[in-house]
Design a protein around this ligand. Structure first.
Ligand code: ADP
Ligand code: MG
Length: 297
């Protein structure tokens, strides 16, 4: 494996293939730390999902990675310059006075892509997300799910090298959701896109990821486990659910999430998120797991 190149940000990473390395991260907002001692690695070309109870600090971790939040302690090494990082936050921020096409094209225009080119690329991504023909609509003329898809197109059109996503697909119907996940997966496999996805959907996490990291309950939430997803690539999102490793890993993730003390009243007050349950008949026993624990902590 090649040594890191010149002494830039990437040279600080001991493993050249690690695109994002978080060590000993603590975040607080005046009270006790929300998260404490968080370690998380995302390798180049990896798809890593982060799951955890509501209010455990998942969004805070992404905000630290993007530089929007100062950590109390710890380091974040990101071997990708900020312009090559795509963020997709829970609340999309479309400009209401611009059409869907103009919203998607805006980031490209800022990066000096010629207008016609930017519009064509915007239309391509809108079509990929099932919004062909919607380019001239303003955000107010779109449903919540459609607006979310425009926001996703906006980020993907910039072809980031590192993509950070915070529960991006929760508002989407199953077909669109599956299509986008497959598209992302193909992109990861073809172009070594690197993804860190925060999701409440355990099945989505398994089908798309190389590894799933589980955050425990806060305050002082720690990383509870990290499981490798032992399903070969290239992967078909739907077929992945039929792989023998799927059921046992789903059970493990469920156990990880439910094993701890219930969330604090403050966390319970939050809007309940959609959380897929392994109650389906495809779930096997955790003792027969074929998935590998990458690093239990
Ligand atoms: N700006 C803030 N000020 C005070 N507390 C915050 C702020 N942002 C988040 N928190 C608290 O930090 C904890 C973690 O929040 P967050 O990272 O949004 O969790 P998650 O994304 O896992 O639901 C929660 O208890 C939340 O109330
Ligand atoms: Mg969040």
């Amino acid at each position: 494996m090649a040594e890191p190149g010149p002494p830039d940000a990437s040279a600080r990473l001991s493993a050249p293939e690690t695109l994002l390395r978080i060590r000993g991260l603590s975040v607080g907002f005046g009270g006790p730390p929300v998260i404490e001692g968080i370690d998380l690695d995302v390798g180049a070309g990896q798809f890593v999902s982060l799951i955890g109870p509501s209010g455990s600090g998942k969004t805070s971790i992404l905000r630290v990675v993007t530089g929007l939040l100062e950590p109390l302690q710890g380091t974040v090494d990101r071997a990708v310059a900020l312009p090559d990082v795509g963020f997709l936050f829970q609340d999309d921020a479309l400009l209401p006075w611009r059409t869907a096409r103009q919203n998607v094209a805006l980031g490209l225009r800022i990066r000096d892509v010629p207008p016609a080119d930017a519009d064509a690329r915007a239309d391509h991504w809108l079509a990929t997300l099932g919004l062909a023909g919607y380019g001239d609509r303003f955000p107010a003329q779109l449903s919540g799910g459609q607006r979310k898809r425009v926001a996703i197109a906006q980020v993907l059109a910039l072809r980031p090298r590192l993509l950070l996503m915070d529960e991006p697909f929760a508002a989407l119907d199953a077909i669109v959701r599956t299509r986008i996940t497959q598209e992302l997966l193909d992109w990861v496999e073809r172009d070594r896109l690197t993804v860190l996805l925060v999701t409440h959907d355990l099945e989505e996490a398994i089908c798309a990821s190389d590894a799933v990291a589980v955050l425990g309950h806060g305050p002082r939430a720690a990383m509870r486990a990290r499981h490798a997803v032992d399903i070969p690539r290239p992967r078909d999102v739907l077929d992945a659910k039929r792989h023998p490793a799927f059921g046992p890993l789903l059970r493990k993730l469920w156990n990880d999430l439910t094993a701890e003390a219930p969330p604090s009243p403050a966390a319970r007050e939050e809007t309940p998120d959609r959380m897929s349950s392994p109650a389906g008949d495809s779930v096997g026993s955790s003792s027969s797991s074929t998935a590998t624990d990458e690093a239990g902590r």
